[in-house]
Design a protein around this ligand. Structure first.
Ligand code: NG6
Ligand code: CA
Length: 515
């Protein structure tokens, strides 16, 4: 059908000399474009100078943001990692999958191998697909034996190539896994991982602080690797353990090698960077460079990596035929479990920008993240206020490559991604540790939830309240004025629309407790 229309338009244009063209379709004519998603970990809306940061400069990320579409209403689906990554890859809201929550390193794969994913969709169109970086979507089916090929994992849900860290930089196993195999594993020194009990005789952050070079603040007091106490216990695999300070370079090189190797075929790359998640371990080249402590330093490091990566794309003449999407899996946090000066040295830097909340929060800073699309010579630089979510990538990219695959929660917003339309979604469900809120137009409604108002350990407001909350983001982007009481009509309208998608039984508050 699409082809017939294109042919018709083409014929009509030859006959009558068309001046106006369907912009996004014309863009897609340079088919098939390579597609790269650069996905950072815990980078806040305000952590990027293109989004207004003044205390730290991110010139390479800015190049994407200012040379493409810079979204001011671009969302991760969740304010934590696993659910956001799940939705990005599958086009399904994370709250539909009860397992889509922060996973231990031993968790089984939470994507059904029969489920549609971005890489699977792209493979139907002849793409080579790869992921390099953080995974955190579970591996195997239960008891993983890390000394054999670990599966199912990324390669079973659509990736031809994978080189990943299993969960997070602060969780064991602290090894890279390439196409299911631990990189550099010595069979005589097998790896064992346990999240409940330690292995006899193995030191821990809790009992052996003298062996740590980074101190834990909350959690993070199990096995010690490279002087850093982690979450979870691990034994063996000495030679295979990653070097934290070299991780950024390792993944960058992987991403560069990947594009060089696959430049002659359409490729997809999901480059999932570990920065600025804890533990923040900048390479010595970046140590002290931001003046904001290690958190700022690793943001500079990530920005540098992106610059080097773009250089590679330029050198290989790939930039004109590659769509780059840049985003982050959730909002920012300063102290996420280690004493690393993130709080002490933040100074005037505002990782959340003007937004309320942060990582783990139902408030805006939890899910509204840096979101940019860049395609040299194809996307015209613009700022877009259109509402868009990472869950929309599957159906939008599907349209880009002329595939018919669509997933219900994922809206086809290709024109919005390419900047030729500024009409985004009408509504979006936002999620934070299994609690959900609702954005519609300029409004956000947060239903009542029991729970602490502030997560004291990370010092972030979570959005819990026994009252309904209603904010008009156009007038109040910082969510300071709860309009629920003075606007009962709007509240009711939002609640009805929310429950139509979300169903009932989403809150832990009963009618009696409502204020
Ligand atoms: C939390 C960790 C935090 C971080 C987070 C996952 C503790 C006390 N906190 O449980 O440090 O690892 O999980 O972050 O252990 S995420 O970005 O992958 O969702
Ligand atoms: Ca994250």
């Amino acid at each position: 059908m699409k082809k017939t229309i294109t042919l018709l338009t083409f014929t009509v244009c030859i006959l009558f000399g068309c001046q106006t063209k369907n912009a996004s379709k014309e863009i897609a004519e340079t088919t098939p474009p390579n597609i790269i998603i650069i996905y950072t970990d815990d980078l806040g809306y305000g952590d990027v100078s293109a989004n207004g940061a003044t205390e730290l400069q991110t010139p390479n990320i800015d190049k994407l943001a200012n040379g493409g579409v810079r979204f001011t209403n671009g969302y991760a689906t969740s304010s934590t990692c696993t659910p956001s990554r799940y939705a990005l890859l599958t086009g399904v809201y994370p709250w539909r999958n009860k397992d889509a929550k922060i996973l231990p390193g031993t968790a089984p794969l939470i994507i059904d191998t029969a489920q549609m994913t971005i890489p699977k969709m792209l493979k139907t169109k002849g793409y080579y697909t790869g992921i390099i970086g953080k995974w955190h979507l579970g591996l195997g089916t239960g008891n993983v034996n890390w000394n054999e090929t670990v599966k199912p994992g990324p390669n079973e849900v659509g990736f031809d190539y994978s080189n990943i860290l299993a969960a997070t930089q602060d969780r064991v196993p602290t090894v890279y896994i390439e196409n299911g195999d631990v990189v550099g594993l010595d069979p005589n020194d097998p790896i064992e991982v346990n999240y409940k009990t330690n292995f006899e005789g193995e030191p821990t952050g809790k009992d052996n602080p003298e062996l740590t070079t980074m101190k834990w603040h909350h959690g993070h007091n199990n096995s010690i690797v490279n002087g850093i106490p982690r979450i979870g216990f691990m034994k063996g695999g000495e030679k295979a353990k990653w070097s934290d300070i070299d991780m950024a370079d390792y993944f960058l090189k992987g991403a560069q090698d990947y594009v060089r190797k696959h430049k002659n075929e359409p490729f997809f790359l999901l480059y999932t960077m570990q920065q600025p998640h804890v533990p923040r371990t900048p390479h010595p080249r970046f140590e002290g460079k931001s003046g904001l402590g290690p958190r700022g330093d690793v943001i500079l490091e990530a920005d540098w990596c992106i610059g080097e990566f773009i250089k590679t794309l330029e050198e290989e003449n790939l930039l004109e035929n590659t769509l780059i999407v840049f985003s982050s899996d959730n909002g920012p946090v300063l102290n996420d479990g280690y004493f690393d000066d993130a709080v002490e040295k933040v100074g005037n830097h505002k990782p959340t920008g003007a937004l309320r909340g942060g990582k783990y929060s139902l408030f805006e800073a939890g899910t509204k993240v840096p979101f940019f699309t860049y395609w040299k010579g194809k996307i015209q630089p613009t700022v877009s206020n259109a509402l868009i979510s990472q869950v929309d990538l599957l159906s939008s990219l599907s349209n880009l490559v002329d595939s018919d695959i669509k997933v219900d929660d994922s809206q086809d917003l290709l024109d919005v991604l390419l900047g030729t339309s500024k009409v985004g979604r009408e509504e979006l469900i936002l999620e934070a540790t299994s609690k959900t809120a609702f954005r519609q137009g300029d409004w956000v409604m947060i239903p009542p939830y029991k729970g602490p108002k502030v997560n004291k350990q990370v010092n972030i407001e979570l959005g819990n309240s026994l009252e309904y909350q209603l904010y008009n983001l156009k007038e109040d982007v910082s969510q300071q004025n709860n309009l629920a009481k003075e606007n009962p009509e709007k509240l009711k309208e939002m609640l009805t629309a929310f429950e139509k998608i979300r169903g009932k039984g989403y809150t832990n508050v009963t009618q009696l407790e409502l204020k």
